[in-house]
Design a protein around this ligand. Structure first.
Ligand code: NDP
Length: 317
C-alpha cells in the first residue's frame, strides 16, 4: 500500500492545501539531546504513513534551533527527492536571540528569524510561516508587512498565525483582508482538556485550523494511568508538563475517558485525536517514539462518534 493510501488528507480552510489529518510537530524529542537515529526513524516512519506536514519553529530544541537542524539533516540525507511532497512550517515570535529584536512580531525579528530557520533546515522556502504569538506592542500592520514580505520574496508559500485569541484573530483577519494578504491557517492549543480554542475556531471563517497538543502533551493517553514513567514528558525536568499537573481529579477523568475509548475499540490517544478532528482540519501530534505515531495514525480507521459517546465524553469533561 502506498503511503498516500494510508492517510486521509483534508482541505485546509478553503485553500488549495491538503493537510494530513495527523501532522507531526518537532517541539520535543528532536533537539541536541535526542538520539539522531530515533529522530530519523520517527520522521521517515511518519512520511511512510503519509504524514506530509512537519511543524517546526525557530526555538524548538533544546537548544533553540536544534530541531530545525535535526530536521534539515534528515531532509538532506533521506528526503531531498521528496521536497515537493512535504509541507514544512516554521514560526517566529518567541524568544530566540539576545537583544531587542530576538522575539515578538517586529519585521526585524520575523524576517531575520525566517532567514535563520531556512539556513538551519537547508531550505530555499518554507511552505508555511507563522507568527507564533500575538505581540501587544508592535502594530499589527508591521507584523503583516513581515508576513507579506515572506510571501512576496518566495521564502514562504503561505502564512498563518498561532495563539491569537478570538478578538486578536478577528483584528488580524480584518487587517489582512484590508491588505490583501491571505492567511492560510490558525494553529491553536486544542484538546478535550483545552476547549477554549472553540471560541477561536468560531471566528475563523474560511481560514484553516490545526490543533496543537491534541493529546494535552500526553495526558490524553494511557501514559500516566499507572504512575509517571521516568522517560515520559512529565517525568522529565524542564518541560511544560509537570508532575503536579497530574492531579487526582485529572487522573479520574483520564481513566473515565480511557474506558469510553476502550468501549469504542480505540486507545485513549486515538479517541482524543479523532475528537479534535470534529472541529479542526489537522491534529498536530508530538511523539517520543515511532510506535506512538503508528498507533495515532490508526485512529483514522474510526472517526465517527455516536451521540451516546459524545454525551459520555461531555459528562466526563
Ligand atoms: P501532544 O499533545 O500530541 O503530546 C505529545 C506527547 O504525548 C508525546 O511526546 C508523548 O509523550 C505522548 N504520546 C503521543 N502519542 C502517544 C501514544 N500513542 N501513547 C502514549 N503517549 C503518547 O503534542 P505536543 O505537546 O508534543 O505538541 C505537538 C506539536 O504542536 C509540537 O511539536 C509543535 O509542533 C506544536 N506546538 C505548537 C505550539 C504553539 O505555540 N504554536 C505550542 C506547543 C506545541 P512522551 O514524550 O511522554 O512519550
Amino acid at each position: 500500500m502506498s503511503r498516500y493510501d494510508k492517510m486521509k488528507y483534508r482541505r485546509c480552510g478553503n485553500s488549495g492545501v491538503l493537510l494530513p489529518a495527523i501532522s507531526l510537530g518537532l517541539w520535543h524529542n528532536f533537539g541536541t539531546d535526542a538520539p539522531y537515529s530515533n529522530c530519523r526513524e520517527m520522521l521517515l516512519g511518519s512520511f511512510d504513513l503519509g504524514i506530509t506536514h512537519f511543524d517546526l519553529a525557530n526555538n524548538y530544541g533544546p537548544l533553540p534551533g536544534s530541531a530545525e537542524e535535526t530536521f534539515g539533516r534528515v531532509l538532506a540525507a533521506d528526503l531531498k527527492h521528496h521536497r515537493d511532497e512535504l509541507f514544512i512550517s516554521s514560526k517566529a515570535g518567541y524568544d530566540m536571540w539576545d537583544g531587542p529584536h530576538g522575539e515578538w512580531g517586529s519585521k526585524k525579528h520575523m524576517i531575520s528569524s525566517l532567514d535563520q530557520s531556512l539556513k538551519r533546515m537547508g531550505l530555499d522556502y518554507v511552505d508555511l510561516f507563522y507568527h507564533h504569538r500575538p505581540d501587544p506592542d508592535t502594530p499589527l500592520d508591521e507584523t503583516i508587512d513581515a508576513l507579506e514580505q515572506a510571501l512576496r520574496s518566495g521564502k514562504a508559500l503561505y502564512v498563518g498565525i498561532s495563539n491569537y485569541n478570538p478578538d486578536q484573530t478577528k483584528a488580524m483577519l480584518e487587517a489582512c483582508k484590508r491588505r490583501g494578504v491571505r492567511l492560510l491557517i490558525h494553529q491553536m492549543n486544542y484538546s478535550m482538556f483545552q476547549r477554549s480554542a472553540e471560541d477561536t475556531i468560531s471566528v475563523l471563517g474560511d481560514v484553516g485550523s490545526i490543533a496543537y497538543c491534541p493529546l494535552a502533551q500526553g495526558l490524553l493517553t494511557d501514559r500516566y494511568l499507572k504512575g509517571i514513567p521516568d522517560d515520559s514528558r512529565a517525568g522529565t525536568k524542564g518541560t511544560y508538563l509537570q508532575k503536579d499537573n497530574i492531579t487526582e481529579d485529572r487522573l479520574a477523568k483520564i481513566s473515565a475517558l480511557n474506558e469510553i475509548a476502550k468501549a469504542r475499540g480505540q486507545s485513549l490517544a486515538q479517541m482524543a485525536l479523532v475528537w479534535v478532528l470534529q472541529k479542526v482540519d489537522s491534529a498536530l501530534i508530538g511523539a517520543s517514539r515511532f510506535s506512538q505515531i503508528e498507533e495515532n495514525v490508526k485512529a483514522l480507521d474510526h472517526v465517527e462518534f455516536s451521540a451516546e459517546e459524545l454525551a459520555a465524553i461531555g459528562k466526563v469533561l
